[in-house]
Design a protein around this ligand. Structure first.
Ligand code: PHE
Length: 340
């Protein structure tokens, strides 16, 4: 009678263990058999009703089956826990081959790209980079550059004044004066930086960037300038680029030239970009006026030099064929994306 009940509990228990799909179900099954009112516990309680002669045998049977069930549950618990742990680890695994959600990458603004390119080309030719104040004395921006007191560029219509003597620099040539005052030749520098003029249209902005260059040494001539600028044009635009010098006037250089590039779009035949001329104006330059050297304490009998100045925005517009400078300042992401 007892044996029958035990073997049916053993069968039911084995079935319950194999059916338990997870630790929680297994725990419930354990309570059903071994809990306070579990099937086996109830059977154990019946032991007191067993006649004394049969008690030892019945007690042994019951203790054995209890040990057997406890061991079976312990083993099943361990198996399930292991399986569940493996499942969790498998789920947590990072699949590095999975493609991630699309991310937008930023990029340098075309003006920064162009400025860096210009700087890299000149530093590659041995030029040093020099910085100077954006707010400066009119002395550095005008007077020391041989710009006469009545020159139209000094007018408040062409220059932002802070007061009578202090202004927002209109050209980074002002930095050259600071350098000439403090450094002895040989000088071979470029001055990249922001400059300010009260102009605002498709090809002018009240703030724009220049890179000006200055070389002062013994026997520096216009041919050195031509050679350096041709080298620059080939590196910045393309190997096929030619340059042309046209006579011009700047108070701080004598002779002064305007430097044109052969039009990259038509190769010099004449097109819309170069307005049919085959040439595009790039920058102003010239041989440093001896008066400028003397003003900063450099002996103009011993030393000579050349200077040039170009607009970063203008160079960017030429390189990429951008018709309106304002596109470079609007920061319209649809425009900027094209330069990535
Ligand atoms: N500073 C002049 C400008 O801003 C450019 C220039 C620089 C011309 C050096 C000649 C020599 O227009």
């Amino acid at each position: 009678m007892l044996e029958k009940e035990i073997s049916s509990i053993r069968r039911e228990c084995a079935a319950a263990i194999s059916e338990a799909a997870n630790s929680q179900k297994l725990g419930e099954a354990k309570v059903r058999f071994l809990g306070k009112s579990g099937a086996l516990t109830l059977l154990l309680r019946e032991l007191k009703n067993v006649p004394p002669a049969e008690k030892p045998a019945a007690g042994k049977l019951l203790n054995d089956i209890r040990a057997e069930l406890e061991a079976a549950f312990a083993m099943a618990e361990e198996n399930l826990a292991k399986k569940e742990r493996e499942l969790r680890i498998a789920k947590e695994t990072l699949d590095v081959t999975l493609s991630k959600p699309y991310t937008e990458y930023g990029a340098l603004h075309p003006l920064s790209v162009v400025k860096n390119d210009i700087i890299n080309i000149f530093t590659g030719m041995g030029f040093e980079i020099k910085d100077g104040p954006e707010i400066d004395y009119e002395y550095y921006n005008f007077t020391a550059l041989n710009i006469p007191a009545d020159h139209p560029s000094r007018d408040s219509a062409d220059t932002f004044y802070i007061n009578d003597k202090i202004l927002l620099r209109t050209q980074t040539s002002a930095v050259q004066v600071h350098v000439m005052e403090t450094q002895k030749p040989p000088i071979r520098i470029i001055c990249p930086g922001k400059v300010y003029r009260p102009d605002d249209d498709a090809t002018h902005s009240p703030m724009f960037q220049q890179v000006e260059g200055l070389v002062i040494d013994e026997h520096v001539t216009l041919s050195d300038l031509t050679g350096i600028l041709l080298e620059f044009a080939k590196k910045f635009f393309s190997q096929e680029t030619k340059i042309r010098l046209r006579p011009s006037f700047f108070p701080f250089t004598e002779p002064s030239v305007e430097v044109d590039l052969s039009c990259a779009m038509c190769g010099g035949k004449g097109c819309r970009l170069c307005k049919g001329t085959g040439w595009i104006e790039l920058l102003g330059a010239g041989v440093v006026n001896p008066a400028v050297l003397e003003c900063s304490g450099i002996d103009s009998k011993k030393y000579s030099g050349f200077a040039f100045g170009m607009g970063v925005e203008r160079a960017t517009m030429i390189r990429y064929g951008i018709p309106d400078m304002r596109l470079l300042f609007d920061n319209d992401i649809r425009i900027l994306r094209q330069f990535r």
